[in-house]
Design a protein around this ligand. Structure first.
Ligand code: GDD
Ligand code: MN
Length: 373
């Protein structure tokens, strides 16, 4: 009689590495990416965690169909939320593996780096960054010259202002020990996309870091979601960091727009007085309306571009913004007069009032005008 071979059920190995892949409309790219990851990561217990922000192209269902066949693939479908950094954070925190990586879905990041990153981590590194600017790396055809310039400037600023010494702090391709991320998770900005810079400047003790060069390829299918405004947002993150995180990025953008509104106000005032020949009172009223409209449009384009209001919602948003600003003015004048009452230094009272008004407008408009869906 032939000896019976006892079949031991295959117990899947707990993953050693979670590769977090944030996606928005990447239906045609993710399947290719997963195949490529599988082909390079022999001998590593890996899993892929796709974090999809409810892409209209159905990326999540494509990924879940793969996951139904392949236990190494998982998908988090987030509804009612957008944002690259937030998606990466959630993916990393959903992992139980000791090591996590972040990688784009569009095949711009060279998967051949993955096994080498794992090797560096196994040798003791805390963080391994795929860099376009360390010897041998390049942005290949994947970058426009204007973004190249923005990226270089931002890198220099990160060095000067935050003391972050990476050749490519904006890289979206890195591997890190999960415990390092867990430790600072609560401090990370969910807005924007500068997740690596954010982590590196938040950790207390310096990370043992290795940078590996790679060539940033051209995007495969679909289109980029990051526009030239990312540089403005990045500057916001730098200032937010400098304030010790007290001032959120959005408030800084809101305040900058507000400052430009003062200029718009004065231009409109002189236009109404000199060109239209209105009385001062009417001109001032005209200028207030012009400045509020200016602020609304700019905030809608920049500060809240991830929640941009269009069509009918644009007009109802504008009305709520006028309302918010009216109450903001009451808060402004009220506080200024109150302070002036016991401390009659006009500029102190005036400035405090203006700051109060700005904070009020920011808080109220984030709830009433650009509430997240
Ligand atoms: N979940 C989610 N939510 N994913 C997003 C979102 C979002 O709101 N926006 C973009 N993504 C995903 C994309 O689907 C893609 O997989 C990845 O994030 C990168 O987005 P791209 O639109 O391809 O960005 P990019 O190629 O212009 O920018 C890349 O290079 C930059 C270097 O300057 C990214 O890697 C950036 O992180 C990197 O800083
Ligand atoms: Mn891309």
């Amino acid at each position: 009689m032939e000896p019976r071979i006892q079949v031991v059920p295959a117990v899947p190995l707990a993953p050693e590495l979670t590769i977090v892949v944030p996606t928005y409309n990447e239906r045609d790219n993710v399947p290719v990416l997963i195949e490529r990851i599988a082909s390079v990561l022999d001998g590593v217990a890996w899993e892929v965690m796709v974090v999809d922000d409810d892409s209209p192209d159905g990326t999540a269902s494509v990924v879940k169909a793969i996951a139904a066949q392949n236990p190494r693939v998982r998908c988090i479908r987030r509804v009612g939320r957008r944002g690259l950094s937030g998606a990466c954070i959630e993916g990393m925190l959903a992992s139980a593996a000791p090591v996590v990586a972040v990688m784009d879905a569009d095949l711009q990041h060279d998967e051949a780096l993955l096994p080498r990153m794992v090797e560096e981590i196994r040798k003791g590194a805390d963080l391994v960054v795929g860099s376009r600017y360390v010897g041998g790396g390049s942005t290949g055809e994947g970058f426009s010259s204007i973004r190249q310039w923005g990226s270089e400037t931002a890198t220099a600023l990160a060095k000067k202002m935050l003391g972050v010494d990476l050749t490519d702090p904006m890289s979206g391709f890195f591997m890190i020990r999960r415990e390092k991320v867990e430790a600072v998770a609560g401090e990370l900005s969910r807005e924007g996309f500068k997740i690596l810079l954010d982590i590196v400047s938040a950790v207390e003790e310096p990370l043992a870091t290795v940078e590996l060069p790679f060539t940033f390829r051209g995007r495969n299918a679909g289109e980029s979601k990051l526009d030239s405004l990312v540089t403005a947002e990045y500057l916001g993150l730098l200032f937010s960091k400098l304030s010790g995180g007290v001032l959120p990025v959005r408030f800084l953008m809101f305040a900058t727009v507000g400052a430009s509104g003062v200029v718009a106000h004065l231009l409109a005032l002189y236009f109404a007085l000199d060109v239209l020949g209105y009385s001062f009172e009417w001109s001032q009223f005209f200028a207030v309306m012009a400045a509020m409209t200016w602020n609304f449009v700019l905030n809608n384009q920049l500060t809240y571009r991830d929640r941009r209001l269009t069509g009918l919602a644009f007009f109802s948003g504008l009305i709520t913004f006028y309302l918010v600003c009216s109450f903001g003015t009451i808060a402004n004048v009220g506080v200024a007069s109150w302070i002036h009452g016991f401390h009659p230094v006009p500029w102190i009272a005036g400035l405090t009032g203006a700051v109060m008004g700005a904070v009020f407008n920011y808080a109220a408009s984030s709830v009433l005008t650009w509430r997240s869906k």
